[in-house]
Every structure is written in C-alpha cells, then in structure tokens.
Design a protein around this ligand. Structure first.
Ligand SMILES: *Cc1c(COP(=O)(O)O)cnc(C)c1O
Length: 471
C-alpha cells in the first residue's frame, strides 16, 4: 500500500515513512492510493473477531512494512480489557429504540482519543527501536489531546513528550490527570498565557529547522494518518454490534471538531462497510455544519471561535477536512490545491455550492450535519439522565441531539460517545446539580504530587528546556 499527498506531490510513501511525519512536503495530507475493498465474505469472517484481531485485519490492509506477526502483537498489546475496561473494548448499548451509544472513552484518559493514541504509542516505540532512533514530541493542549498523548507515550523507549498547556486554564481534573504522571519521559510545561500562546510556541520551535532536526522534534496531532486508521476499526466494531447480519445499513453520528473521527467513518464507508449516513455533529463552532448545509467552507477568525461547554469541538478550521474534500472532488489534486491553497489562503473560504461535487457530499458520500447550542446540550444531558438513567458528557450530548434529527426508521443510529462525563463535571453540575460519579482509579488524583514546570510564553525558553532535558 502506497500513500499520496492530497496536494499532488509526486512521491509515494509507505506506512512507516509517514508514521512519524506530519504534513506531506507540499503541505497536503497523506491518504492511501486507494481504499481496500471489503466484501461480504470478509465482513462475515470479521464479525466474530475480538477487537484486537479485528484491528489487526483492518490495519494489515494498510500496513505492509511491518511483519504481520509484529503488527498482530502490537494490536494485542494495545487493545486489552485491562486498558479499555471491557473485553468488547468499545461496547455498544441501546439507549432507546434504534438509538445506540458506542463507548469509546473507557481508556486511560476517558476520551476517545485513547483509542488511536494508545496504538500510536506502541507503533512509535516499535518503529523507533527498529531505526535505532529517538523522537521528542512537542505539543500544545487545552485538555484531551495532551493527556491522551502522555498516557500513550509514558514509559515508552525512544520517546519523550514535551506538552505545553496554558497555566491554570485546564480543569482541575485535567491538570491532575497530566501533572500527576511521574514518568521520566513526560514533561509538562505550564505556559504563562493562553492556548494560542502554546500553539504559537510549538509553531515557532517547529519552524526552527536546525533545532527541529538536532532534537528530532515531532508531533502527534490529529492529521497523523495512523491515528485516523486506528479509528476506522471501531466503526466496524460498532456496525457488528448493532446488526445481526451484514446486509443491514447502520448510521453513525459523530461529535466533530477537526474532522478526524468522522473522517475515519468515511474511510470505513469507502471500504464497503454498509454505513448509510454519517452525521457530523458540531457545537456553536459550526464550520462543518455550515459546509454540509450550504457548500461554503469558511474558516473562522479568533474572534469568531467560541469557547463552549464542548471544548474539544471548539475549532476555527477542521484540519482533517481536506482529506474528505479530496475524495469529494474526485481526487483531483490540482482542484484541491486551488481550494485549500488559493481560495482559503486568499479569502479564507471556498464555495462548492454550485458544484455538482457538493451534491455528492450527501448523496454518494452519505454526509449530513447538525449543530447544537449550550442550552441544547444541557437539555440532552437532563433528558438522558431522566429517561434512561444515563449520564452523557457535553460532546456526546452534541451527538445525541444531532442523531435525533437524522433518524430513519429501521436503520440503527449509533452515536459515538467521545468522553466520560467526569471530564466535564462543571457542565454536568450545571445541568443536574451534582457531580457525576468518578471511576475508582481517579479518586483523589487532585491531591497527588505534580510534575510540571512553569515557563513564560517564549519559544526560546521552551527550546532551552527541551535541550536541557534531552540527554
Ligand atoms: C477530540 C474530541 C472531539 C473531536 O474529534 P475530531 O476528531 O477532532 O473531530 C470530540 N469529542 C471529544 C471528547 C474529543 O476529545
């Protein structure tokens, strides 16, 4: 299997070459040259497999530069009941007639990002050992991504993590989750500033090519193809749990921010999994909902990007969206470049409303969308508690609200549960007047000793800290 860039760069790469890379050299995103097709006989065979083996089968179609026995061992080591809480790994439960919740957030940091990041940690360790190389991951987080990365990379050989976060701005629970890690290779850096300052620092350090090369700086952001690929697996696992045979369509609703999660659903659908509809759920930051309603993709400025009660969906642009648009325009790289480089670069938007391709977003590709407000999420949290004695987090509440707007009788609607409510306790308290119960292993974590350094919002200070801690 070879990978190409959405922007038309002539090079083709194999999986392990792009594993440790971010963007393609021309600024595009990597995609497989074609989507492997899965027929009904294969689906029938896969239906009975435990999650780790299903993961191995799907990953094998995209990874041909890791020996199968090694890849199988990596999957088996990643997807265990010990790490994800149940043998099913992503158990499905019916909430009401035809509406299901697929639990993706029972990993170490209680958000769905663990599903991919835990595999990435094992893949990185494996590949770095094979190359005799090291990687220093530099990131910026306001919560979920940073903790998922740290829990995936802790104790891994050849990897260090330097994670910046805005000092004092994460929830006490999120701070405790990250700062209580005592592993030598995990470095928490609290920056005196806001999240944008952290992101600017990461950019400044990455743009210093000499420093980047010398200290082997890398990232684990959501455009990484391996993360997306790992997420394809739970669409198959959800499908098998929601159906008794492989001729039945299923729809999925996905709380979305950077379009990574739902893009994995798109890949599963392109492979032939019988997905009828992919519902993109957004919050007040409705860049994606606007596109699927109107055909106009309009990147938001800072002043237009809202801080909401589903903060992991607070985006100004959706960094994985380019992958879908590449397929939408028939994999025409020149066309894609015009949209993402020229139109977005010059005017901050592009408009496909008059283009036949746009009709295919809903038609051929099965996309629909919805948006929710803070009041909608509170209402869903209350209603789900009252009618089903089930607590959902505000991101999953975005999903439930969107799902109900697109239900078709007879077609199971699977809503992806992207976080556990305890991570967003303040909103649960606002909705219900009380804190959600806390999983046992997180009791009292706020009182644990913290491992964190405080640095000014200055790239030079962060570089000096990395240099000091790299020997
Ligand atoms: C990251 C995240 C999302 C958004 O996922 P994307 O892949 O960026 O679309 C939704 N919910 C939660 C809880 C998240 O952590």
């Amino acid at each position: 299997m070879n990978y190409l860039s959405t922007r038309g760069h002539p090079d083709r790469k194999r999986f392990c070459e792009i594993l440790l890379e971010g963007l393609a050299p021309d600024g595009g995103l990597y995609l497989p040259e074609q989507y492997p097709q899965v027929d009904t006989a294969t689906l029938a065979k896969w239906r009975a497999l435990p999650y780790a083996e299903l993961a191995f089968e799907i990953l094998s179609l995209y990874i041909d530069d890791i020996p199968p026995a090694d890849l199988k061992a990596l999957c088996a080591k990643t997807y265990t009941a010990e790490v994800f809480g149940t043998d099913e790994i992503v158990p499905l439960r019916e909430l009401e007639d035809g509406v299901y919740l697929e639990a993706l957030s029972n990993g170490p940091t209680l958000a769905f990002k663990d599903m991919a990041m835990q595999l990435l940690g094992n893949l990185f360790e494996y590949e770095l050992a094979r190359r005799g190389s090291e990687l220093n991951i530099l990131g910026a987080t306001s919560g979920d991504t940073g903790s998922a990365a740290e829990y995936a990379m802790r104790g891994k050989k050849g990897v260090r993590v330097f994670m910046t976060s805005p000092d004092g701005r994460m929830s006490p629970f999120q701070q405790a989750q990250m700062f209580s890690l005592q592993d030598e290779n995990i470095h928490n850096i609290a920056i005196t500033g806001v999240f944008d300052d952290c992101q600017d620092i990461v950019k400044a350090v990455s743009n210093d090519l000499g420093f980047k090369r010398k200290y082997r700086i890398g990232t684990v952001n959501s455009i990484n193809w391996a993360r997306l690929l790992a997420q394809v697996v739970y669409y198959f696992a959800g499908y098998f749990q929601a159906t008794a045979s492989n001729d039945k369509p299923v729809s999925f609703t996905v709380p979305s921010g950077n379009f990574g999660n739902v893009c994995a659903g798109h890949v599963a659908r392109m492979m032939g999994l019988p997905i009828q509809t992919l519902v993109v759920a957004t919050n007040e930051n409705d860049v994606l909902d606007e596109f699927f309603r109107t055909g106009v993709y309009r990147v938001r400025g800072a002043a237009d990007t809202h801080e909401t009660s589903s903060p992991s969906m607070d985006i100004s642009k959706a960094s994985n969206f380019e992958r879908f648009v590449f397929d939408l325009v028939g994999r025409d790289a020149a066309r894609l470049r015009k949209l993402f480089v020229e139109d977005l670069g010059l005017q901050g938007s592009f408009d496909l409303s008059g283009d036949p391709a746009f009709q295919q977003a809903a038609g051929r590709f099965g996309f629909k969308s919805s948006r929710s407000t803070h009041a909608d999420r509170l209402a869903v949290i209350r209603d789900t508690d009252k009618r089903f004695a089930t607590l959902v987090d505000p991101h999953t509440a975005d999903g439930l609200k969107a799902a109900r707007e697109h239900i078709v009788p007879g077609v199971p609607m699977v809503v992806l549960e992207t976080a556990l409510p305890i991570k967003f306790a303040a909103t649960l308290v606002e909705a219900l007047g009380e804190e959600p119960a806390r999983p046992k292993k997180f009791e009292g974590i706020e009182a644990l000793p913290k491992r964190v350094v405080k640095l000014p919002a200055d790239a030079e200070a962060v570089k000096a800290y990395i240099a000091q801690n790299c020997d």
